[in-house]
Design a protein around this ligand. Structure first.
Ligand SMILES: NC(=O)c1ccc[n+]([C@@H]2O[C@H](COP(=O)([O-])OP(=O)(O)OC[C@H]3O[C@@H](n4cnc5c(N)ncnc54)[C@H](O)[C@@H]3O)[C@@H](O)[C@H]2O)c1
Length: 250
């Protein structure tokens, strides 16, 4: 308990999957949490569950691809809690297609959420973090942002952009006492894989080539996010934390 006590955390895509898990763990460890997402009912439920458990949380509707939304959300969050110390850029979407089958609309949609969303977050959070005397930005990339994989062209490009934007911001923001790191999950059991429908062959292949021979539970990623969000990682910036059951090690 208390690893992020007194801190204020904003988590995008906090309504379900890993984002929900990150929100709940950060709250259990003492942070006030702003849950943001386009999925309103589920997000309200996450914030309520945190409050019911004795924590402090609010939900804000937030499309991460919208610059106007980012400005409004940061304003409201600072208005409610006074500052923001932690930003988890978690919201993401996936299209499972090779590049030659990807439409321009699909490419634009994936890049706007996964890459532009992170760019905007890393940009508009700076004044609030400066006000807090510094902060920690945790960008959720993927092992897909590190090595080539089957049928994920736009997704891989978007997550590779997150990986390098993280390092760029780490270099630029050190002067403000803002650390910026990326997390690279392997296969995690969340609703994002629902787009695959009943065809589990892609996930089965990923699990088969994972050293630990299983998918992760979201909480196993949340502990990595907590480390980077907390002062325990005070000398980490621009780093890549791979949490993939050994997939990229083999
Ligand atoms: N699940 C995996 O195996 C896996 C692996 C590597 C990386 N990731 C990454 O982890 C992050 C979380 O993924 P997840 O598996 O929990 O997915 P998920 O689909 O369970 O949750 C994603 C959340 O993002 C929200 N979202 C989607 N578009 C949004 C937008 N424009 N603005 C705001 N919110 C939006 C959704 O409503 C949802 O609540 C994503 O960035 C994903 O790419 C997931």
């Amino acid at each position: 308990m208390g690893r992020v006590s007194g801190k204020v955390a904003l988590v995008t895509g906090g309504s379900m999957g890993m984002g929900e898990s990150h929100c709940k763990l950060l709250a259990r460890e003492g942070a006030k949490v702003i849950v943001t997402d386009v999925a309103v009912d589920a997000g309200e439920a996450v914030a309520k569950a945190i409050r019911d458990a004795g924590g402090e949380a609010m939900f804000l509707r937030h499309d991460v691809a919208s610059e106007a939304d980012w400005m409004a959300v940061v304003d409201k969050a600072v208005g409610a809690f006074g500052k923001i110390d932690i930003l988890v850029n978690n919201a993401g979407i996936v299209v499972f297609k090779p590049n030659n089958e990807t439409t321009t609309a699909e490419w634009d949609r994936v890049m706007s959420v996964n890459s532009t969303g992170v760019f905007l977050g890393c940009k508009h959070i700076v004044p609030a973090m400066k006000k807090a005397g510094g902060g920690s930005i945790v960008n959720i990339s993927s092992i897909s942002g590190m090595v080539g994989m089957v049928s994920q062209a736009a997704y891989q490009a978007s997550k590779g952009a997150v990986r390098m934007l993280t390092k760029s911001c780490a270099v630029d923001y050190a002067q403000y006492n803002i650390r910026v790191n990326s997390v690279h999950p392997g296969a995690v059991r969340t609703p994002i894989i629902n787009v695959l429908g009943d065809d589990t062959s892609m996930i089965d292949a990923l699990v088969a080539t994972t050293i630990m021979k299983r998918m992760a539970d979201p909480i196993e990623l949340s502990y990595a996010v907590l480390l980077l969000a907390s002062d325990e990682s005070s000398y980490m910036t621009g780093s890549e934390l791979v949490v993939d059951g050994g997939w990229t090690a083999a």
